[in-house]
Write a protein of this length. Structure first.
Lengths: 401, 303, 559
């Protein structure tokens, strides 16, 4: 157990438990930094962007103090940061990076490149509004717009979950050779201070074996990567990638179960909160789930059979697991902090397509709430759900405030 | 007789059977660069003729591991490899970039400049055929003034970027120019760069037969004319300051170089005179720069 | 159990491109092939000049000399007196000037004289006997080559000593007697039977010779001086002399009383030889030639040396008449131009109006050419225009078993031509005598030689030509010491370095280095130590252009 001199987030109250873990008061971003450190990446190529910067800063501090043995490459752009991540990963070392918003978009080309390269990079992504116009507010449009880049996407509700998910993500990514994003929202999660349990390094080392890929850039092996392929090879490559992606839900469940056994905390790939006997279930992801729990409790107290389905694993969308979770539920209300103009809320769209083909699918309200970072209070949610219980759903997403 | 001293190991790092055009100047440069760098090297190649010459999956023409990256990302990709190798305790393995002029002067410049500023540890070789030749001879920042390209059919209105001086201004340990008509000089520079640490940048002029409009047996001869007419002096700059001029303008008129290339066929005598004046001026500038001295002396400590 | 075919992996390479036969792309293939250099083609003795120059450059002098004497047994002679047509065709002329081939030959031959190197041995005896009539350069060259081929040779020479024009026609300041002696002795030492003071002076003697020997080579030269009738009539025997006769008598040590002023008529080497000999005898000498200086048949160096020695040159002039008085013979002269319409080999002077002048001479020496004396041999042998008619390849005459060469059979009155013809005749005789290993020698043509345009001058940095040093003009007339001196080792090395080795691969490796496809490999097993890899060569021709010396050329691929 260590306290870092000058680190404002650790106090004398931090206590090391019997398992060697430490309780610290950490922001969501700093929790990510600790999660990264514990995962022992060899290289962190990174470029600063609000509101990701504290992740990088904490990593730099930890490295400077000697706690974190890592090479930090201060890239001159996110595109270059991701480029270096890919090659370092293909050379056979574990890598980590973080970004947000514009930075993620600048990486877009390389996100595709990374997944095509089957490079198991883990990246923390802080959801922030996309320009134009400029804003720094929580909004999930940035990560959702990258859905098709074949990255695994985990959405986290709070700092502790982010820390734990970073570690789990390395395990899943390296097992299936797919890159993974660990996503939380700007400010609501990234800058919110919470008590966080930081596991012991030795335990994480047991959980996360060293990264040792069979194929890599190595003068002893002599193999090259990236030569032009023909149509048939491209087809097979994409098919193989999809097949790996299809194995992610179970791998994530297993990784999470192992983690729970070792560290006492598990989240599943989705979470059913008070869904037993529910007539109406809120479906959401990210920080809004915390508010939704409060709303569910209030509605239950008022006698309504309401529950919450939190989606943690968004890509690949766990269709079968979601169908099982909502089977028999009459109505779902998707509440999400994003919009893709032309199609509406992305979670709503994805959910509906996942449910299509069920013999008695739930009715689905698709609500857009909190887009642009607008605050969504528990009371607002209660009002929203109350109305939704009475209303007939429409095909389009509906704006809510 | 001027005997070449260039030695090539028969166990070559570059295989035959590649699909460069017959007589390609770039393929010749790749041969010299790879064989001098040797097998303890990992290469990075962006989209370019070099990437096509690298071979179709699953075959490679290069007997070292080569990673093909996106067009912007050569220097950043190379940095990632080298840093990973260092973490693995394999700092002795060389990392080599072979990029075209598009991926160096234009879209790849940001990554290159960033890598230079950080003094990343790599040998970056730009194989410069003065245009986006692989996509059909469009203009790049390296295309010379007045040259015809598919995207500047009336002749390029702007001058060629001076990438050598730009990289020298980054004050990296080693910057040099070279070309295929002087294999001894090219090999010496690659070997010198290979054995140094930090960011090392060499731009190699590689005539393109189709793009420049020259006969397929002429790449070597044309590259020599580029040097002898002063268009492309061969020189080195160490630590951004110490200039060594190896081969340069010997007084041949620019018309001898321009006249054999179809891409300059449209030039008027006035334009040729303008080119001559430009070349003479730049040569004088280079010579002046090479003699510059100042006090106090300063030697940077390399990170 | 299903066995699925092994699928090509979609990422990570597993092999190399050397399985692709890019050789199928090409329309022309480079071929490494020796081609003659222009110097070789123009050498009357068929000498592989670049080969031995290269060996000089490597310091392998004896090996170089052995290459030289493969065809030419008289290198010290030709190194001094050859008219060097090789230099006239040398490709280096496009740079600073031709290579000093003659100087290098002179240098090498003198090394041999100093070191006492021996000629290659005579061949295995074949038991056939050949007679050589005439002990001059043609005859002795023929004897040398016949001995090397294994034939028994007897040389019959009319004069007391062997040598012909080498001894009796070329003055010692050009060709020292001891040089001639040494080179002749070397040949004789191969087992040549020599009978001096033995002229073949009649049809009967000739027929006997034919009977006693299996073959005969006639090389009696052209000894009969041409004369100008109007001068003979005016001056008579006392004032008008025959040039060759004059040189022979001086060589024999005779002291001729010529008076002070000597006019030599003629524009060839013989005229210059006569003039410079007369200068050494203290005479005031004027040479009058029909041809202007730039087209005089005499070698340029000889004319310059003559002028340096105080010979007065009146060129583009003729003597149309003469008047004899007690004091002297006065020549009536006029300037002329040569008719450009005249047939080749015929000089037709056109007098220039109003250019008459007088020249006073105590003696006039004629050096306007010689004719062969065919008395003993015609009418048995076919002749044409005062020469024996011979086959151009074998030098066979119209009589079976009889061959002829040198001045008796050709109008090319050069020492080197005589030496070359002696060799050609030896091969012709060998073919006639059914030698198991030989064919008559081919004739090379300049069109076969590597042209200057095929030489890549980039590889030959500027180097000025080294001229032979000469004894200072003021010292030369003291005696008959040699005027032109052999190169020093340093000069030879420098001049050898200028040779571009046209058509002869010297393994500079350019073709190997400049191939973008690595389609040329070094191969010590092959004659030419490079192999073109059929499966990879794309036929771009870089190797051809970057070969400094035209030793690689492209051949169209046959469909």
């Amino acid at each position: 157990m260590t306290t870092t001199a000058g680190d404002p987030t650790t106090t004398a109250d931090d206590a090391m438990t019997a398992t060697g873990e430490t309780r610290m008061l950490l922001t969501g971003n700093h929790a990510v930094s600790y999660g990264a450190m514990l995962s022992r990446p060899e290289l962190v190529p990174i470029y600063p962007i609000t509101p990701q910067t504290p992740i990088a800063e904490k990593i730099s501090e930890l490295q400077l103090s000697g706690q974190f043995d890592v090479d930090i490459m201060t890239a001159e752009s996110e595109h270059s940061a991701m480029s270096a991540c890919i090659t370092a990963s293909l050379t056979g070392v574990r890598v980590f990076t973080a970004t947000a918003s514009q930075g993620l978009l600048l990486m877009h080309e390389m996100l595709h490149y990374a997944s095509g390269a089957r490079a198991p990079i883990v990246m923390a992504e802080v959801n922030r509004t996309l320009g134009s116009p400029w804003g720094f507010w929580p909004d999930q449009s940035d990560s959702l717009s990258q859905r098709d880049t074949s990255w695994i996407q985990f959405y986290c509700e709070h700092g502790q979950e982010s820390l734990d998910t970073v570690i789990q993500a390395f395990r899943v990514a390296e097992e299936l050779l797919l890159p993974a994003m660990v996503i939380h929202e700007a400010f609501y999660v990234s800058h919110a201070l919470e008590p966080v349990v930081v596991p012991a390094q030795e335990r994480v080392d047991e959980y996360l074996p060293p990264f040792n890929p069979v194929h890599r850039l190595d003068t002893q092996l002599g193999e090259s990567w990236g030569n032009v392929v023909n149509q048939d090879m491209f087809y097979r490559h994409r098919k193989a990638l999809t097949e790996s992606m299809a194995l992610v839900p179970q791998a994530a469940i297993d990784a999470d179960a192992d983690y729970e056994r070792m560290f006492g905390r598990g989240y599943g790939i989705l979470e059913r909160y008070r869904m037993d006997g529910a007539d109406t279930v809120i479906v959401g992801f990210g920080s809004m789930c915390g508010t939704a729990r409060v709303a569910v409790d209030a509605l239950r107290d008022a006698g309504h059979a309401v529950g919450l389905l939190k989606i943690k694993l968004f890509n690949p969308f766990p269709i079968e697991h979601v169908r099982q979770a909502v089977a028999g539920v009459p109505k779902l209300v998707v509440v999400e902090r994003n919009v893709s103009p032309g199609i509406g809320g992305v979670l709503g769209q994805t959910l509906k397509s996942a449910l299509y083909g069920m013999s008695h699918p739930p009715a689905v309200h698709s609500y857009l709430a909190g887009v642009g970072g607008v605050n969504v209070s528990a009371r607002t949610l209660v009002e929203m759900i109350t109305k939704a219980m009475a209303d007939e759903p429409v095909a389009e997403s509906v704006w809510q405030r | 007789m001027e005997q070449l001293h260039y030695e090539i190991d028969e166990s070559e790092v570059f295989s035959s059977g590649h699909n460069a055009c017959p007589g390609c100047g770039e393929a010749l440069a790749i041969r010299y660069v790879l064989n001098t760098m040797g097998p303890n090297t990992i290469g990075v190649v962006p989209p370019s003729c070099i990437a096509i010459i690298s071979g179709p999956q699953p075959y490679s023409s290069m007997r070292i591991p080569v990673y093909q990256t996106t067009l912007e990302a050569s220097a950043a990709s190379a940095a990632g490899i080298k840093r990973a190798l260092k973490r693995q305790g394999k700092d002795d393995v060389n990392v080599l970039v072979m990029a075209g002029d598009g991926g160096t002067y234009d879209i790849g410049f940001q990554a290159l400049s960033g890598a230079a500023e950080r003094n990343e540890d790599m040998v970056y070789v730009c194989l410069d055929n003065e245009g986006y030749m692989n996509t059909g001879a469009q203009k790049s920042g390296s295309t010379p003034y007045l040259a015809y390209t598919a995207s500047t059919p009336g002749g390029k209105p702007s001058d060629k970027k001076d990438i050598t001086e730009i990289m020298a201004a980054h004050r990296i340990p080693y910057v040099a120019t070279a070309t295929v008509g002087y294999p001894d000089d090219l090999a010496r520079k690659v070997a010198k760069a290979r054995d140094m640490k930090g960011m090392r940048f060499i731009v190699v002029l590689t005539p393109c037969l189709a793009g420049w409009g020259i006969p397929e047996n002429s790449a070597v001869r044309v590259s020599r004319l580029a040097v002898e007419t002063g268009f492309f002096p061969l020189y080195e700059v160490e630590d951004g300051e110490h200039y060594t001029i190896n081969h340069g303008h010997i007084g041949r008129p620019v018309q001898e170089y321009l006249g054999i290339q179809r891409r300059y066929r449209h030039l008027s005598p006035e334009q040729v005179a303008e080119m001559q004046a430009g070349v003479d001026h730049k040569w004088a500038l280079l010579q002046a720069r090479s003699k510059l001295e100042c006090e106090p002396q300063f030697v940077p400590s390399t990170g | 159990m299903n066995t699925t075919p092994k699928e090509i992996p979609t990422a990570w390479t597993t092999g190399y491109t050397d399985i692709f036969n890019t050789g199928t792309w090409r329309a022309a293939t480079p071929v490494h092939e020796w081609r003659p250099s222009p110097c070789h083609v123009s050498c009357p003795i068929d000498n592989a000049i670049p080969q031995w120059i290269r060996l000089i450059g490597e310091g392998a002098y004896e090996e170089a000399w052995l290459s030289l004497v493969e065809t030419n047994p008289f290198p010290a002679v030709t190194g001094r007196v050859c008219h060097h047509p090789c230099e006239g065709d040398c490709n280096r002329a496009i740079l600073e000037g031709p290579v000093g081939i003659n100087g290098l030959e002179h240098f090498l031959a003198d090394q041999a004289l100093q070191q006492g190197w021996a000629l290659p041995a005579a061949g295995k005896p074949l038991g056939r006997r050949v007679a050589v009539v005439g002990g001059g350069p043609a005859g002795l060259s023929c004897a040398y080559h016949l001995r090397r081929l294994g034939y028994d040779v007897t040389v019959l020479e009319a004069r007391p000593k062997l040598g012909g024009l080498l001894r009796y026609g070329i003055p010692e300041y050009r060709l020292a007697a001891e040089v001639v002696d040494t080179e002749i002795q070397r040949i004789v030492d191969l087992g040549v039977h020599v009978r001096t003071d033995t002229p073949v002076d009649g049809a009967e003697a000739f027929a006997r010779l034919r009977h006693e020997y299996d073959a005969v080579f006639v090389a009696v030269g052209a000894q009969r001086a041409k004369r100008l009738q109007h001068l003979d009539e005016a001056g008579g025997a006392t004032r008008v002399l025959d040039g060759l006769d004059y040189l022979r008598r001086v060589s024999d040590g005779e002291d001729l009383a010529l008076g002070e002023r000597v006019v030599v008529i003629g524009g060839g080497s013989a005229a210059i030889d006569v003039a410079r000999t007369a200068r050494r005898q203290g005479k005031q000498v004027t040479v009058m030639s029909l041809e202007t200086r730039d087209v005089m048949p005499a070698q340029r160096e000889e004319v310059s040396e003559a002028v340096e020695e105080g010979v007065r040159l009146v060129d583009g002039a003729m003597a149309s008449g003469a008047a004899l008085t007690v004091e002297c013979l006065t020549l009536e002269c006029r300037l002329v131009t040569l008719d450009p319409e005249a047939p080749p080999g015929v000089l037709r002077p056109l007098p220039i109006e109003g250019s008459d002048f007088l020249l006073e001479a105590d003696a006039v020496i004629m050096a306007i050419g010689q004719d062969a004396d065919l008395g003993a041999f015609g009418p048995a042998l076919q002749t044409e225009q005062a020469l024996l008619q011979v086959d151009p390849d074998t030098l066979a005459t119209s009589l079976e078993g009889v061959f002829a060469g040198g001045d008796v059979a050709t109008m090319s009155r050069y020492v080197s031509v005589a030496v070359g013809e002696g060799r050609r005749a030896a091969w012709g005789i060998a073919a006639y005598l059914a030698h198991p290993d030989t064919q008559p020698l081919p004739h090379l043509d300049l069109s076969q030689a590597v042209a200057a345009s095929e030489v890549n001058t980039y590889y030959f940095p500027s180097a000025e030509r080294t001229e032979k040093e000469r004894t200072p003009a003021e010292r030369r007339l003291d005696d008959f010491r040699e005027v032109a001196l052999a190169y020093t080792d340093a000069q030879a090395a420098s001049e050898a370095g200028r040779c571009m080795s046209c058509g002869l691969c010297i393994e500079c490796d350019n073709c190997f280095v400049f191939c973008p496809d690595m389609a040329i490999k070094k191969d010590d097993v092959l004659d030419v130590h490079y192999a073109v890899l059929d499966q990879y060569c794309k036929g771009c021709g870089l190797c051809v252009v970057e070969c400094p010396r035209g030793a690689v050329h492209l051949e169209q691929v046959k469909l």
